[in-house]
Design a protein around this ligand. Structure first.
Ligand code: ATR
Length: 274
């Protein structure tokens, strides 16, 4: 029987996930379809029951439901539990629902696809301390990145994540700015840089060394102000598109047991975004 999958969120119309997953189904000859569903927060519980009743094999969860969906699931993957957020739901063979979070691991897979795995001993600076940053911090720790610092406008939020990690350093944006040359990997994980957001940087990149790896979680626009500035200073750039594609690829793998072609998908989406 044809399988079906979905992404639920509010708003949802702009999502590239349906294009991505439907393309992968086609490429791999899988008889399945993937649809976007607009779900408001007050309807979340009803939406989950409906997805279950109507036999969805799994779905993605996006803003603003990543935390709110947790009470409606039967089981959580340990990383999702630690992060307190779910972006992927799998309907298991016995009909129960298990939640995963593939955002952080998606980021690390994308980073390592671009710059390799030999950077795990480099000092990492995560800029921002919201949900996205938390996910990346936990995933990087799990992958063996040894030295993680988090800088945030509100330092107490960075401190809270560092406490949970059990290692690392929390600092202000100003403190980070003064010692940018210490970091081998700098990740922009604030909500600045979105096409609809303000067009400014969370911190000045004056102090970075040439060859520093600089990544952004935002993929629309592909070249954020942060990446444009970093590139001018000779940094190696990692756009947010890879994180998006790999979070989807890991979800796909949870559902169907195979890892789809992420590189080819990057090319297709890059053409759409340019
Ligand atoms: P997400 O879940 O996408 O990470 P979030 O939880 O709202 O979103 O977090 C947004 C992040 O962007 C936070 O780190 C926020 O800093 P604060 O914790 O101090 O609010 C950061 N951010 C948003 N606007 C910012 C700005 N104008 N300057 C610096 N940081 C900003």
């Amino acid at each position: 029987m044809k399988k079906w999958f979905a992404v639920i969120g509010d708003p949802i119309a702009h999502s590239k996930s349906p294009f991505m997953h439907n393309t992968w189904f086609q490429e791999l000859g899988i008889d399945a379809t993937y649809i976007p569903i607009h779900v408001k927060s007050e309807d979340l519980q009803k939406a989950v029951s409906s997805l279950k009743l109507l036999g969805a094999s799994g779905w993605n969860v996006t803003v603003p439901h990543k935390e709110g969906i947790i009470p409606f699931l039967d089981e959580l993957d340990p990383l999702a539990e630690k992060m307190g957020a779910v972006n992927t739901v799998v309907r298991q063979h016995d009909g129960t629902l298990k939640g995963y979070n593939t955002d952080g691991a998606g980021f690390v897979n994308a980073l390592e696809e671009t710059v390799g795995k030999d950077n795990r001993t480099k000092k990492v600076l995560l800029v921002g301390a919201g949900g996205a940053s938390r996910g990346i911090a936990f995933a990087m720790q799990q992958y063996g990145y040894e030295d993680i610092s988090i800088a945030n406008r509100t330092v107490s939020k960075a401190e809270a994540i560092i406490d949970e990690l059990g290692e690392g350093t929390a600092l202000s944006l100003e403190e980070a700015e003064k010692q940018l040359d210490k970091y081998g990997i700098i990740i922009q994980a604030t909500s600045l840089g979105l096409s609809t957001g303000e067009n400014k940087l969370p911190l000045s990149l004056n102090g970075i060394q040439e060859g520093t790896i600089v990544a952004d979680i935002v993929y629309n626009p592909l070249m954020t102000p942060f990446l444009t500035e970093a590139e001018k200073r000779g940094a190696t750039i990692v756009t947010g598109l890879g994180m998006f594609v790999h979070q989807g690829a890991i979800a796909f793998n949870h559902w169907l047991g195979e890892y789809p072609n992420a590189e080819k998908m990057m090319d297709k989406l890059m053409k759409q975004l340019k």
